[in-house]
Design a protein around this ligand. Structure first.
Ligand SMILES: Cc1ncc(COP(=O)(O)O)c(C=O)c1O
Length: 377
């Protein structure tokens, strides 16, 4: 089977993990955790990075510190992996699911503007949804598949309406908009290092921020809210959301290889786009203007995508359908879905992700392309 997206552990992973085992620094503090935070902050050009147990916990702490409270509404694209939608529910809040653009599949910022201008009011320096009277303190732009939301339009719009931006940059480590790294635009940006991401720690995440006071609070909350010193004094409700040293060791080794992984992902993207361009019905994801994407997970629109998935599965090629849009999931079906014709629903039914691990060979890509062509022939 040619796998969809698997780890590429060809650097110093063994060496650094062995170092943890040899020195007995295997748990939730250690030099690799510090190093992983330093290299991550520097790579994404932010003041501070706080390592977490996964991307979901990074989002949870970020929404908490951004001030989301029970009963609030949080704006989220309707096309996303489910994690940020779940986190909104952890907070006792609900989502305003914003439809996406037909070509880039990213949050539709023009629709967002319409929603904010027509459906919301500013009151005492905050944004409220007119129909329900509920506060909208935060928007979570998700940079889907390594492409990016149009941050040049979104950030000023959010500022104008007193809405804080928490970026879900879990899929877009290394992507930039106007040269600025994904995850560095909002008060927080969140990364994930699960097994299929562009780099992996097995499981892990990162909170990025330029606000040093918030960074300190985030570290505090992710470490059981324990105050400094030897006493077990916890000054508020905290969480055990730490990344352990062994996994951070893997992460440091992966970060050393990240530029190479991004370069390979871009080559893979090019090979598929070239190889599939004459396939009828094939449409690749259009890159948002001013964006340099990391090309994390190669996904495209195909005719009869569900049948193609079955065909490829039967011929040794692992693929994945796109995420079911949030409004179609039971937990979020009664949340507000703002759209002008359910673009998310259409894209979902047509998209397929193809094998694109950074260690896939050119021959394997050629094989996938040929099997796709066989299906249509
Ligand atoms: C868009 C998005 N948000 C959040 C997450 C959650 O990250 P994790 O699996 O590390 O909790 C992921 C990845 O799984 C994701 O793709």
């Amino acid at each position: 089977m040619i796998p969809l997206s698997v780890p590429n552990l060809s650097g110093n992973e063994w060496k650094y993990v062995k170092d943890c085992l040899d020195t007995n620094w295997v748990s939730s503090v250690g030099s690799y955790v510090n190093k992983m935070e330093e290299v991550s902050a520097s790579f994404s050009n932010v003041a501070k990075a706080i390592a977490t147990s996964n991307g979901t916990s990074a989002l949870h702490i970020s929404l908490l510190l951004a001030g989301v409270q029970q009963g609030d509404l949080v704006i989220l694209p309707n096309i996303t992996f489910v994690a940020p939608a779940n986190v909104i529910k952890y907070m006792g809040a609900d989502a305003v699911l914003m439809d996406v653009y037909e070509d880039t599949w990213e949050l539709n910022v023009d629709l967002l503007q319409k929603f904010l201008e027509q459906e919301c009011i500013d009151k005492d320096g905050a944004c409220y949804h007119k129909a329900t009277g509920r506060k909208i303190p935060v928007i979570v732009p998700v940079h889907v598949l390594g492409n990016m939301v149009d941050m040049g339009k979104l950030v000023p719009l959010a500022e104008k309406h007193h809405i804080k931006v928490v970026e879900d940059a879990t899929e877009s480590l290394g992507s930039t908009y106007n040269g600025q790294p994904a995850g560095s635009f909002g008060i927080f940006g969140c990364l994930s290092y699960n097994g299929n991401k562009i780099i992996t720690t097995g499981g892990g995440g990162m909170i990025l921020t330029n606000d040093l006071a918030l960074a300190k609070k985030a570290k505090h909350l992710t470490t059981q809210a324990k105050t400094e010193g030897i006493e077990y004094y916890h000054d508020e409700v905290g969480y055990n959301y730490r990344m352990v040293n062994i996994l951070a060791a893997m992460g440091v080794a992966q970060m050393e290889q990240l530029p190479g992984f991004i370069a390979r992902k871009k080559e893979i993207n090019k090979l598929y786009n070239e190889g599939l361009k004459n396939v009828i019905g094939f449409k690749p994801q259009v890159v948002t203007e001013n964006t340099d994407p990391n090309c994390w997970l190669y996904t495209a629109v195909f005719d009869r995508s569900k049948e193609l998935l079955k065909h490829l599965d039967g011929h040794g090629v692992q693929t994945r359908p796109f995420w079911v849009p949030m409004n179609q999931l039971p937990a979020f079906s009664s949340d507000i879905y703002y759209n002008e014709g359910d673009v998310a629903g259409r894209i979902y039914s047509q998209c397929l992700s193809l094998p694109c691990s950074s260690n896939i060979t050119d021959e394997e890509i050629a094989e996938v392309i040929s099997k796709i062509k066989d299906f249509y022939d």
